[in-house]
Ligand binder design. Structure first.
Ligand code: PRX
Length: 635
């Protein structure tokens, strides 16, 4: 038997050693014993980080939905696969069994086929957290179409950019969405986006909020009548292990978002194996990840990982503050949730509320607590541990990325002793390295450097859609023969890792990855703006908030600064979405630049973060005098 389920620390070390001594042998065993393949592989792994090219389970054939649904039907047909908890707590929760999921995915897959979607086509999904989101993802996978889910908080411009980048012909959306007490006009956003997406010929619309919306004849179709007419039989398309399963966009340091491409076979194996171990999932558990399926966390740990293990996975449509800040705990009590996986920003927001909102509810079902998306600070860690876990539920602080497809550095609960703010040890098969800025690996413990991964793992992204060169430049060029994560990390005296944050121009705000360049591009669209620089500064709930330094054009007329601030944030909302709004905007006469014209963000970051004791050498700047000026006017 392979080591599918790790139960104690000694076993972790033993399996870890095995997985790095002979990765191919290790993953072959896991893949062979725990998944359903239509054809086995000819070769477990071939790789070359200099190209870069990575192939896992080459020659193998499978369909991931057979692994996530069909193979469970005989033993778990009546078990709840997806437990849908709606926005409004007085609406009933929906229990979708594996049998029902099978039928609904097949019907949806047939609708896609009837609308002309073929294997390899890209389908954009822009839906709220309702069952049709998971079902449409699986329906695409059933027929071999590549899904590209766009988080339904992105603006029409951001949506259009993503649709066009991967040339999607279809968009799946809803008439609108609920968000706490508000509704959002999703279809209106899609209509606006499609004005600049000439290649989209079909829009499928889920009825969710029952509003009157505009339907374009010939292009837009209500989903329900199509589903009603579709058959519940749909043979899964046989895919090669290396065929793309999905594209998911993530922000980069430069303008265009990066469409990370994930494969089918390797992704499935790694998402499933990590899910089982990192959450110590057992048959009767009710697992809840509060992320949105629009992010990688939702792909791997709401949909694919849990379903591949035959788990019950909760999908929550609402927000933590509606109808009040006790909602998460109410849902935990109601569904007797056993594993609860959320983001530090949510924990910090909830920790600000009175404890009576926690104490009202019975949280004794909880066994494992998870954290993801950004570093969890010590205070939030303790609040989570003391008040939610009652010091009985280990916290798994899971470090990973859209690009990695699955969790990379994490404790295994009840196995790895936890330590606040530390993601602790590499997961099985993961070989991290810390590098100095000259490209030398920092060996041994008590070192601090840039986090790289030395060896391929099955769920790593294979490329950036349409831009392999950018994939190479971003991840494989900083250090020879290594995948560079963009994060800094330290390794303590026992070999535990602590992630110290991004070392590039990506800022994590409320757990969302935001590139500075696209925000600056949006700000610069304002007719009064000459130039801008965006940096992050510490924020007690969001982790980081955004600070904009803006140079206005000299037009001779004076403008009201508060109005300008509102207008700039309005442009950002239109181009990217409200998550990228600036908390502070300082108007300035100049930006500190190097002699080659590069903005010295390090200095701007320090000023924004109120940490000006050690600004470093500013004398080499082209314009050192602006530093004092900026400091004098800091907000
Ligand atoms: O900086 C790291 C941070 O989030 C980045 C990845 O963001 P994204 O691709 O959106 O994926 C988020 C969900 C997997 C990383 O480069 N990050 C993620 N998890 C942690 C973290 N930073 C510290 N601790 C974590 N547990």
């Amino acid at each position: 038997m392979s080591n599918y389920h790790i139960k104690h620390l000694e076993e972790y070390y033993q399996v870890y050693r095995k997985s790095v001594r002979n990765p191919e042998g290790f993953w072959e065993e896991i893949a062979e014993e725990h998944f359903m393949w239509r054809k086995k592989w000819d070769n477990v792994l071939s790789w070359d980080f200099s190209k870069p090219e990575v192939k896992w389970f080459e020659g193998a054939q499978l369909n991931i939905t057979e692994n996530c649904i069909d193979r469970h039907l005989a033993t778990r047909g009546e078990k709840t696969a997806i437990l849908f908890e709606p926005n409004n707590p007085s609406d009933p929760a929906e229990h979708i069994t594996y049998n029902q999921l099978h039928q609904r995915v097949n019907k949806f897959a047939n609708v896609l086929k009837n609308q002309g979607v073929q294997k390899g086509d890209r389908v954009c999904i822009y839906l709220p957290m309702i069952p049709e989101l998971a079902i449409s993802v699986l329906a695409c996978a059933r027929i071999g179409a590549i899904h590209s889910v766009v988080f339904a908080g992105f603006s029409s411009t951001a949506l259009a950019t993503r649709i066009n980048d991967s040339d999607c012909k279809m968009v799946i959306t809803s008439d609108g969405s609920y968000r706490g007490a508000k509704t959002i006009d999703l279809k209106g956003i899609v209509d606006e986006a499609l004005e600049i997406c000439p290649d989209v010929n079909t829009v499928l619309v889920v009825k969710r909020i029952n509003t009157d919306i505009n339907m374009v004849t010939g292009r837009d179709h209500w989903l329900q009548p199509l589903l009603d007419a579709a058959s519940t039989d749909c043979e899964p398309e046989i895919m090669n292990a290396e065929d793309p399963l999905f594209i998911l966009y993530t922000s980069g340091s430069t303008g265009q978002p990066k469409g990370m491409v994930h494969s089918t076979g390797g992704y499935m194996v790694y998402a499933a194996y990590t899910f089982k171990n990192v959450f110590q999932y057992r048959e009767k558990d009710v697992y809840w990840c509060t992320a949105d399926i629009g992010w990688i966390t939702g792909h791997s740990y709401i949909v694919y990982g849990p379903l591949a293990n035959g788990a019950t996975t909760v999908m929550f449509e609402g927000v933590p503050s509606y109808p009040d800040f006790g909602r998460f705990w109410e849902v935990v009590q109601k569904h007797k949730v056993t594993q609860f996986y959320t983001a530090p920003t949510a924990i910090r927001a909830l920790a600000k509320q009175g404890l009576e909102l926690v104490e009202k509810y019975d949280l004794s079902s909880l066994k494992v607590l998870g954290s993801v998306g950004e570093p969890i600070n010590e205070e939030a860690w303790h609040w989570y541990n003391d008040n939610i876990g009652k010091k009985n539920s280990p916290i798994v602080d899971t470090w990973w990325q859209t690009e990695t497809g699955g969790i990379m550095i994490t404790p295994i609960p009840y196995v790895t002793p936890t330590k606040p703010t530390y993601a602790t040890l590499p997961f099985i098969g993961i070989q991290p390295a810390l590098m100095d800025e000259e490209g030398k690996e920092l060996k041994g413990n008590q070192v601090d450097g840039r986090l790289c991964i030395k060896y391929p793992w099955p769920s790593m992204a294979r490329t950036i859609w349409g831009n392999h060169q950018r994939y190479k430049d971003t991840y494989f060029s900083a250090y020879k023969n290594m995948y560079f994560t963009g994060d800094g990390a330290l390794r303590d005296e026992v070999g535990y890792y602590r992630i110290t944050g991004r070392v590039d121009d990506v800022i994590i705000v409320s757990g969302h990855n935001l590139g500075t360049a696209p925000i600056e591009d949006a700000v610069n669209e304002h007719p009064a703006v000459a130039e801008s620089a965006i940096v992050g500064f510490p924020h007690d709930v969001k982790g980081n908030a955004l600070y904009g330094y803006v140079i206005l054009k000299d037009t001779g007329e004076s403008r009201n600064h508060d109005n300008l601030r509102k207008e700039i944030n309005q442009i950002i909302t239109e181009h990217i979405g409200p998550i990228a709004k600036l908390d502070k905007i300082q108007f300035t006469s100049g930006l500190p630049k190097t002699r080659s014209g590069k903005i010295m963000r390090r200095i701007l970051r320090k000023i924004a973060g109120n940490d000006t004791s050690n600004l470093g050498d500013t004398s080499t700047l082209l314009n050192p005098e602006v530093v004092q000026d900026i400091m004098d006017n800091v907000l």
